[in-house]
Ligand binder design. Structure first.
Ligand code: SAM
Length: 385
């Protein structure tokens, strides 16, 4: 695929990251797992895609997320956020807050509804994004900035709402190649100045998970896919942190039987560079996003083991409708035609099954919440997990 050429300084940034990953491979004996490669490519301090200076979000970046499409996303989400806070505690932690749009728009909508949280904490790996988040909130909701704090790590204990939009798809995944008589882990080696794929027998926990999938779905000859151990571990970690509250996880993905179906025999790994999607993670490291879909069944399995309950699972489209997206649209004065039309377009993007409405899912997991959550009132798909 022909991608737009990076500017010389961006190319130099990518070359430096390439050299860092190559040195890591050499230091590790000539091979690293793909999860290690993805972790360095995205999060190597100061040098990875998220931790470095790449523009990332929006029309001038590489991809666009729901909160960047329109504040309507945050406004609809606010109904669910408000209910969870009322049933637990008025506190929010947003994990992986990107450019900070969701934080700013959600705080403004909660203020309008008279249900501001006492604190809005952001857990963000990237120093560059933390600064952008601070600037975004200072620009759009300056009077609420003193409620926002940034965390360096997961807390020891938390009551309230944990929000993560498109976090889990950005966590490193392992690649597995199932063959007729072996299960191999696909990793990365460095040869003649290039990254190359190199397979080794899978081991330990990865092998156990891959074997269980092979048994359940008869995966064999040349089936290549991802196993997201980091996403499962991250979710399960909240089992011992949450007292009373819920995680609201929004991301693209499927239940397991759809993830590992025969048609998806080359997995879901995808890269995004200036709004071009392609499957080659070795291209322009540090300048492109690398993502994989989420296996939502794995999240609940690990969540259950860690003591979390499932409160709902549905599509983003159904969830936003349950949260009152049509009523929010109706608040826009219809005589302001440019605004009204742009809002209708945003609703279409966020909720239509042909756009983000079906591909993106919303899952709520948690502890101690006794009432059904309104975002899953109609069209809950938990039984599909
Ligand atoms: C695809 S972006 C989504 C950003 C934002 N939520 C949005 O919807 O626009 C992923 C975000 O997760 C952050 N991130 C990735 N791993 C993380 C981790 N383990 N803890 C906290 N943030 C993380 C990235 O730096 C980035 O801000």
């Amino acid at each position: 695929m022909k991608l737009p050429l990076p500017a010389p300084d961006a190319q130099a940034f990518s070359d430096r990251l390439k050299a860092l990953i190559a040195a890591d491979i050499t230091h590790s004996g000539g091979w690293i797992s793909f999860a290690r490669f993805m972790n360095l490519a995205l999060y190597a301090p100061g040098q990875g895609y998220y931790s470095g200076g790449a523009h990332k979000f929006g029309p001038a970046g590489d991809f666009i997320t729901a909160p960047e499409i329109s504040p309507l996303f945050a406004r609809a989400l606010a109904a669910q956020v408000e209910q969870i806070m009322a049933l637990s505690a008025p506190q929010i932690i947003e994990v992986g807050a990107g450019a900070g749009s969701l934080a700013a728009d959600l705080l403004l909508e909660l203020e309008r509804r008279g249900t501001l949280p006492t604190s809005y904490a952001i857990l963000e790996l990237s120093g560059e994004l933390r600064e952008r988040q601070r600037q975004r909130i200072a620009r759009d909701a300056a009077h609420l900035l003193d409620r926002v704090i940034w965390l360096d790590r997961l807390p020891q204990h938390f009551d309230g709402l944990v929000l993560a939009n498109e976090l889990l798809d950005a966590l490193p995944v392992h690649l597995v190649q199932w063959q007729e008589s072996a299960i191999l882990e696909r990793g990365v080696a460095w040869e003649n100045g290039q990254f190359i794929w190199h397979d080794r027998p899978a081991q330990g926990r990865l092998l156990d998970r891959a074997q269980a999938l092979a048994d359940e779905f008869a995966l064999s000859f040349a089936y290549l896919s991802e196993i997201g151990l980091a996403a499962s571990d991250w979710t399960a970690a909240w089992g011992s942190i949450l007292g009373c509250g819920a995680l609201l996880l929004i991301d693209y993905g499927f239940p397991r039987h759809e993830f590992y179906c025969p048609q998806r025999s080359s997995g879901t790994l995808m890269c995004h560079y200036r709004h071009h999607a392609h499957p080659d993670p070795f291209m322009l490291p540090g300048l492109q996003d690398i993502t994989a879909h989420v296996d939502f069944t794995a999240l609940i399995e690990n969540g259950f083991e860690a003591g979390l309950e499932l409160y709902g699972y549905t599509t983003q489209g159904v969830f936003l409708m349950n949260c009152g997206l049509p009523e929010i649209l109706a608040r826009t004065p219809a005589d302001d035609s440019p605004l009204y039309l742009s809002q209708v377009q945003a609703v279409q993007k966020l909720a239509s099954p042909a756009e983000m409405g079906e591909r993106f899912k919303v899952m709520a997991l948690g502890k101690g919440i006794e009432e059904p959550l309104l975002g899953f009132a109609e069209g809950d798909r938990s039984e599909m997990l």
